[in-house]
Design a protein around this ligand. Sequence first.
Ligand SMILES: [Zn+2]
Length: 439
Amino acid sequence: MRKFFIIVLIAVFGFVGYGVYAYRTADWGLAPDPRVRVMETSLAPTEAVWTAPLLQGLLRKTLTREDAGAETALGPVGQSPFTLSLTLPQDFDFEHRVRLLRYEDPVFDDRVSAWVPLALEAGDYTLEIVCSAPERDGEGYGSFRYRCSFTVEPKPEPTLLTGRLELEQGDIVSLRLVHVPPEVTPRAETELGMAVFTPDGEGAWYTAIPVSNAQPPGRYEISVQAGDRDFVVAVNVLPFAFVEQNLIVNTESTVITEASSPAAYREYREKIPPLFETYDADRYWHGVFITPAVGEISTAFGTIRYTNGNRARPRSHNGMDIAAPEGTSVFAPNAGRVVMAERLLNTGNTIVIEHGGGLKSYYFHLSRIDAAPGDRVEKGALIGAVGSTGYSTGPHLHYEMRIGNRPVNPAMFSDENAGLYSAASATFADAVPALQDNT
Ligand SMILES: [Zn+2]
């Protein structure tokens, strides 16, 4: 009887002891540790219930945990369409239930064994995952619940960035489009002249639009189309005070007579204006342009010229003359593709370089040509030498810049604050190589 009493006492203590142990301690080492990862972030369970077998299954211990604060806020995870990546534990005998809500609406709600990536549109999402093991003899069972929230942001709309929009005659309007979908090639239209968008990095496009010396001051519009998005840009053209110059030319000279003959002008018209219509779809130039030759500017861009005092027929000087001794090196002011390298009656030894998007540089009266059509030249490459061939009164480089058929001021190309660079991306910020003269 006494022995029996002791056994009962031990049993009661045992049960009470186990009860105290079961309630007071939560030994989660007895439970599995399923790792659920969303977008590479490990989630902590918000709720867990696990029943573990003890003493070879003679006893069971149930662990419970609730921690609403464990809900993970992932914040913005990307732009739509966004692929949701989810890693579900595969090393336990679990069933997974995944519920995904966009705002309050279910996007996905099913039992899965593994997660198939899902493309999501923009919105705020709540994700709930339950990993559960069914009750089985001799093994642990229970469930783990996870919750997290995240946002998928809308893809940015095409945006137009404008450079300076108040410009003098001879300057350039530059525009940059960003967030353009890959299938869209933007277009621009304006009476200012040629406007070709060239690629400028991922989803970005750039265009340089001329404001020629002959553009009457006033307000002009540029319409830009990028897929189904339209933009209108207003440009204010201000007058530039072009200087006047009386050019003294010896009309008796046979060289001058030949260089200004009807045949010379006919040849010019056949060779040069057709180039105005052409453009390369890629932009080759980068960084600020260098000056192609060392020398003094003898005639500025846009100078209104009379010949031998004849004021009846003024002509506009569409380039910039750099006076330099015969043989002075002429360098490519920026990267491009040589589209002409030949001797013409009027312009003498002539080189034309396409820099992309219809922006071309023209070099007249050279003594020597060191480039061939089709050549790709880098900034600073030697292309020829200063001379006095064609219609010229002395050694100088006639340096002309045009976008399409519209002349623009070559002096502005070496000014990093010019309109050309004002819608600049990082690709413009290259160092300017020093120009050296080897004459
Ligand atoms: Zn000139």
